[in-house]
Design a protein around this ligand. Sequence first.
Ligand code: GLU
Length: 513
Amino acid sequence: MTQNRRVRVRFAPSPTGPLHIGGVRTALYNYLFARHEGGDFILRIEDTDSQRFVPGAEEYIMEALEWCGIKLDEGIREGGPHAPYRQSERKEIYLKYALQLVESGNAYYAFDTAEELDALRKEAEAQGKSFSYGAAVRGSLNNSLALSEEEVKARLAGGNHWVIRFKMPEDEVVEMDDIIRGHISINTSTLDDKVLYKSADSLPTYHLANIVDDHLMEISHVIRGEEWLPSLPLHYLLYKAFGWTDSQPRFAHLPLLLKPQGQGKLSKRDGDKFGFPVFPLEWHSAEGEVSIGYREEGYLPQAFINMLALLGWNPGTEQEIFSMDELIEAFSLEKVSKSGARFNQDKAKWFNAQYIRSSSDEFLGAQLKDMLAQRGIEATADRAAAAVSLIKERAVLIKDLLPLTLYMFEAPKNYDEKSVNKFWKAEDVERFKVLREKFAGLDAITVAETEPFICQWAADSGLPLGRMMNSLRLAILGISQGPSIFAICEFIGKEETLARMDAALATLGTPAE
Ligand code: GLU
């Protein structure tokens, strides 16, 4: 392996649906590694499996990466020195390489039909075995290793469909290295002859296209999910068969993202079951099914990324809050764990709450302004920012900003029954009426004016201040919880405060003693 080569990594999704958060994490780790090393980050679309292609998935992937702040150096939109970056547009490249392997004796043509293979599978199953197209059987099947040269030529010329299969060496130990998992070795006797190329659609399979493109695109490190580990021996052998071992990339297989409870890979069904998103953005399937996304649920991309980064990577310190730049600075593949990382929705929410707290009032105000507008409430940017400044400690999701501030823009339409029963008794109403007159006598209803004045008055007259504040809150907000009622009264102003107090008196009246 050449030392000191330029770091070039790729995220190589197949557009078979929306990008799962496990896929986003793979992209993120590739990106962090590339930036940390001063290298390049490439997006390659692996769309050679036309049957699994899902329209819109490619756009979704790019939009998701953009939302996350993961920037591409080369890709299908960005272009780059190795364009095109969509495998279906590189179709012509692969056959030559597949033929090269046939030529060198590392691969062969196979003509077995789907029906023939199916019959073999069934036959094996009937004997309690599983069929594997490999060294033990290849000599007796319809392929260029078993048939005569003339027969092979005739079949190729005759327009029959054929595939090219890798000829897995027999009883050979493949020695492999993984940055996260260390040294791995496996005997090839457990491996089969994978299909590399199919004449039916003139397309390579994943294995061939992936190796050829990583080579041509000068990829230095392959960082991908653990589900690809079983393919690693084949990939090593392909590099060897092509004579590319010296420039072969180094590999790092990332641990799985596990279900919140127990074992197993985090799936879309877990998300549906527990009500948390497993996709970065909302996804609408062709069948009309909608899957919720982090963006639409009210997560900030910085919080989402911070949470994901720590699912499988441990900085080795107590630090939990990392900006993208800090992640780039601290990231290393050596600190990625071997074992699966359990997803924790509470932790995801915790991160979001932290990021909301540290966001500017202007930014959060702009989000609130949009949500208010959708409800037909016009608020200025300044008013919206002032409103969020009072409640941002209480918000977990961006969408919480609306219910937490709505009463600042709209008088309550009804009053919470429990609070009425508790804080609107005859004696509360008597005090409330006095309070209303005191408020009316003040020049302005500001926190500076009201708070010391009311506290002093309550203390001098021996009145239950807490109770009085709850009655006031009930009248102003319709509920008896919320942030400082003095701050809210200042926010809505004297006129509105008095109007809401009068409305409460009129609507709720005075209960009997
Ligand atoms: N197309 C493969 C996938 O969807 C890429 C695997 C790899 O990175 O080699 O995951």
